[in-house]
Structure formats: structure tokens, C-alpha cells
Design a protein around this ligand. Structure first.
Ligand code: G5P
Length: 222
């Protein structure tokens, strides 16, 4: 039986976690779990927890650790015996410790993207509010409105430069101890760059080496 492989991607808002995770999941056949996706799902379900979550996510504030671990850990427990990839979890030291108590990660990739690039990307970002589908007017533009439903797209206030700067400062403070933990475990790989397409070959080779498989060719967009 192939060895199990568990990885996580960390990075500030707009760093391309979601974009890269989708490529990894598709190229390496890993289960892909996105904290942002599950949060949006719980908001859409409008449960008591979802209402609480909405109050944080709408202001781009971190959802409390106990809510996050209750959301993510049971899903991981159901994937015992499978290889997976986490996008956006863990984000705090407390979340990383909770995850550690369940299993050890094999690899953590930290995306290190310059502020100017993040600012430019997020100011071009449009989302389909109901599904969370993300578009970038330059990088992956929609065919007019949302490609799937044809509904209008919106832009978040938090993607404006003033809000973004404080989000990024906060991200750095919170992420540092998490990265220190993974560095001490020897599993942290920082990747720097300004374009996902240029970062991708490095990540592709890194994962291929870690998973002991041949690197796949260039990523095919559909
Ligand atoms: P999310 O959904 O995890 P964020 O804010 O961490 O949200 P975000 O903003 O979705 O992350 P990303 O996933 O890092 O960004 O990046 P992306 O969406 O792939 O790419 C960003 C944009 O750039 C897109 O428009 C994409 O098309 C474009 N792009 C990508 N690559 C390139 C490129 O090379 N060139 C160009 N030009 N464009 C490119 O979490 C949402 C909220 O949930 C809460 C928080 O409130 C968070 O704000 N949350 C948590 N709270 C506590 N703990 C946790 N663990 C939490 N997880 C989520």
C-alpha cells in the first residue's frame, strides 16, 4: 500500500493557496480540504454555528480556534487511511497543536508573496457570493458573470488596500509561531514568487520528490 501523505498550505490572503491547492489535488490525486470552503458551507447552512462564523468571515477576522478545530478535525478523522491536502488550516499555533494531536503532517508549504502583488491581485478579485467561486479579472476572468450560474459577482470591502494591509500584518503575527513549529519539525518549505504559474513547477517537483513519484507535465487549465 502507498504511504500516506499529508500536507498543508499556508499563506496570506490572496497568496494563491486555493489556486495552487486545486492544481495539487488534481495532479496528485489528494483529498483537498479548504477551511474557507467549509466556513462558507456552514454560513450557507445558516445554522447557529454558521451565523457565528458569518460575523467573523464577513469582517475577514479569524474564526475562533475552537470553532475551527470543531469544523476541521472531524473531517480529517473521516479520512483516516487517505492522503490529503489542507488549505488555510491550521492558521494559529493552537490550531496547529490540535492538528498535531490527531496526526503528523509530512509537508507544509508557506507561500511568500510580495505585498504589492497581493494588493494588485485582491483589487482585481471578484467572487460569486453564494458559492465562493473566485475570479481574477486578469488571471482567470469570468465569462461576464459567474460562469456556472450566470449570477452577478461582487467585490469584498476587505480586499481594499487599507483593510488588506492590516489583514496582512495580522497574518504575519499569527503565522510566525506556526511556521516556527513546522520549521522545528523539519517539514516547512517556503516558496517565494509573484506568479502562480512560475511557482507551480517548483511545488510540482517538491511534491513529486516527497511522494516519490515522477513529476507530472505542465498543469493543464481547462
Ligand atoms: P479563505 O477562503 O481561506 P484567505 O483570505 O485566506 O481566504 P484567499 O483570499 O481566498 O485566502 P488564497 O486562497 O490564498 O486567497 O488565494 P486564491 O484565492 O487562490 O488567489 C487569490 C486571487 O489571485 C484569485 O483571484 C486568483 O484567481 C488570483 N491569482 C492566483 N494566482 C495568480 C497569479 O499568478 N497572477 C494573478 N494575476 N492572479 C492570481 O478564508 C476566508 C476567511 O475564513 C476565515 C478567515 O476569516 C478568512 O478571511 N478562516 C479562518 N479563520 C480562522 N482560522 C482558520 N484556519 C481559517 N480559515 C479561514
Amino acid at each position: 500500500m502507498a504511504k500516506l501523505f499529508r500536507a498543508a498550505i499556508m499563506g496570506p490572503p490572496g497568496s494563491g493557496k486555493g489556486t495552487i491547492c486545486k492544481r495539487i489535488a488534481q495532479s496528485f490525486d489528494l483529498q483537498y480540504l479548504s477551511s474557507g470552503h467549509y466556513l462558507r458551507e456552514s454560513i450557507a447552512a445558516n445554522t447557529e454555528a454558521g451565523v457565528l462564523v458569518r460575523s467573523y468571515v464577513e469582517r475577514s477576522m479569524m474564526v475562533p480556534d475552537h470553532v475551527m478545530t470543531r469544523l476541521m478535525l472531524p473531517r480529517l478523522e473521516q479520512l483516516i487511511g487517505q492522503s490529503w491536502l489542507l488549505d488555510g488550516f491550521p492558521r494559529t499555533l493552537s490550531q496547529a497543536r490540535a492538528l498535531n494531536s490527531l496526526c503528523q503532517l509530512d509537508l507544509v508549504i508557506s507561500l511568500n508573496i510580495p505585498y504589492e502583488t497581493l494588493r494588485e491581485r485582491l483589487s482585481n478579485r471578484w467572487v460569486h457570493a453564494a458559492s465562493g467561486r473566485v475570479y481574477n479579472m486578469g488571471f482567470n476572468p469570468p465569462r461576464g458573470k459567474d460562469d456556472v450560474t450566470g449570477e452577478a459577482l461582487i467585490q469584498h470591502d476587505d480586499d481594499k488596500p487599507e483593510a488588506l494591509l492590516s489583514r496582512l500584518r495580522y497574518y504575519k503575527d499569527v503565522a510566525k509561531p506556526v511556521m516556527d513549529l513546522y520549521k522545528s519539525q523539519g517539514i516547512l518549505h517556503a516558496v517565494s514568487g509573484t506568479e502562480t504559474d512560475r511557482i507551480w513547477p517548483y511545488i510540482n517537483s517538491l511534491l513529486s520528490a516527497k511522494m516519490h513519484i515522477q513529476p507530472s507535465g505542465a498543469f493543464q487549465t481547462q
